[in-house]
Design a protein around this ligand. Structure first.
Ligand SMILES: Cc1cc2nc3c(=O)[nH]c(=O)nc-3n(C[C@H](O)[C@H](O)[C@H](O)COP(=O)(O)OP(=O)(O)OC[C@H]3O[C@@H](n4cnc5c(N)ncnc54)[C@H](O)[C@@H]3O)c2cc1C
Length: 363
């Protein structure tokens, strides 16, 4: 054994998304850290829409775990089970832990290798470039940001955005919805509200789509951005933590971000039941609180000294192409270039890279 290393406590972080990546990075010199993630890279999730119109953008937004997490072990596999002292992975490993941090936010089916993910963006981009008309189903943040990216970069294409609800971006306020709608219309995006397309009836290569209102839409390419992305907690349903999941599958945590009733298991990010809009910058705040608490517990500090987390009043910025955005702040909603300067130019990619100790610009 190398001197000292063996005495370090083992912290296992499950999920290498925004929260997990930041936590692993923060803990790597204080504990024996193992990061379990099915991908060999950390992806800045909201950059994927820009990467579909500009595939090279993904070069900075897909970061190999080993590039920022240099003093720990990466296990490239899904976690499929846990006991009170071990995590089991799909590739057959059993990993012991002293402390566990669950950060499995959303389980999007993305490729394991960074190279394949980059190729996926190239293919999406070819699909967009070779189409003269695009149909996007779903007017949540994914559908709206994608429509914005395509409308801004390919103004000659006919873009239709269809949403089954009464307004776009229903997870935030109506003012933000209206501003986004107005901007999309100004860019010639046809927005159809309170209409849907039966996804089960769509066949491969189909170009004509009929909406629930009987409208016929012709589109060379289709993007489906509907429904909530699957939460990364299904695997916990067969474990002793199943009692710790709320009705929607989120882990119930206390104010120290420990799973309720557990002394050595924490949860951060979208997987938690914290009553706030689920956002990456909040997942990072959770990671900072948990890092503090892990360090304190490992040093034998008192429970009463544990840091606590208070649900934040949120700030949401939805990018509308490369220059504009709509921002919902605690006391007002603004649209246009000002919030656009904040998010839309670089989509916080440089800032996120800096946050994990990498050059904001270079790959
Ligand atoms: C279109 C869009 C725009 C957004 N814009 C913003 C924005 O501007 N600002 C902002 O702050 N937030 C934004 N968000 C929200 C942000 O992306 C999420 O809140 C954030 O990614 C949550 O981080 P997380 O670590 O909890 O989960 P995720 O980032 O979802 O990471 C979860 C990780 O866990 C892994 N995982 C899942 N299951 C398992 C398993 N069984 N075993 C091991 N690993 C597993 C996944 O592969 C993934 O790596 C946006 C989201 C979308 C969709």
């Amino acid at each position: 054994m190398v001197g000292g290393e063996s005495q370090k406590k083992r912290v296992v972080v499950v999920g290498g998304g925004v929260g997990g990546a930041f936590l692993a990075k923060k803990m790597q010199f204080d504990a024996d850290v193992v990061l379990i993630d099915p991908k060999e890279y950390f992806e800045i999730p909201w950059a994927c829409l820009r990467s579909m119109v500009e595939p090279s953008f993904a070069e900075r937004a897909l970061i190999k775990h080993t590039d920022y997490f240099t003093n720990g072990r990466v296990v490239t596999s899904h976690a499929i089970g846990i006991t009170e002292s071990e995590v089991l992975t799909e590739d057959g490993q059993t990993i012991k832990y002293d402390y566990l941090a669950l950060a499995t936010g959303h389980a999007d089916p993305t490729p394991r290798s960074r190279k394949d993910r980059l190729e996926q963006f190239r293919q999406e981009n070819d699909k967009i470039k070779s189409s003269s008309s695009v149909l996007i189903i779903g007017g949540g943040r994914m559908g709206v940001e994608l429509a914005g990216e395509i409308a801004a970069d390919y103004p000659e294409k006919n873009v239709t955005l269809i949403h089954d609800g009464p307004r776009l971006l229903e997870y935030i306020g109506p003012k933000a919805s209206n501003k986004a709608l107005k901007w999309l219309k100004s860019k010639r995006v046809e927005v159809l509200l309170e209409q849907s397309v039966d996804l089960d009836s769509i066949t491969e290569g189909e170009r004509v789509f009929t909406t629930s209102a009987g409208k016929s839409i012709t589109a060379d390419c289709l993007f489906v951005c509907v429904g909530s992305r699957p939460l990364g907690s299904t695997w916990l349903q067969e474990t002793f933590l199943k009692e710790s999941l709320d009705k929607s599958g989120r882990l119930m945590v206390d104010e120290t971000l420990r799973v309720k009733g557990r002394s050595n298991i924490f949860a951060i990010g979208d997987i938690t039941d914290i009553r706030e809009i689920k956002l990456g910058y909040l997942a990072q705040k959770h990671a900072a609180v948990v890092a503090k608490n892990l360090k304190l517990l490992m040093e034998g500090g008192r429970e009463s000294k544990l840091a606590t987390y208070k649900a934040a009043s949120t700030m949401v910025v939805v990018a509308l192409g490369r220059k504009q955005a709509v921002a919902q702040l605690p006391f007002m909603t603004i649209g246009g270039r000002l919030p656009g300067m904040f998010k839309s130019k670089d989509l916080f990619v440089g800032w996120m890279r800096k946050g994990i100790g990498l050059d904001p610009r270079a790959v």
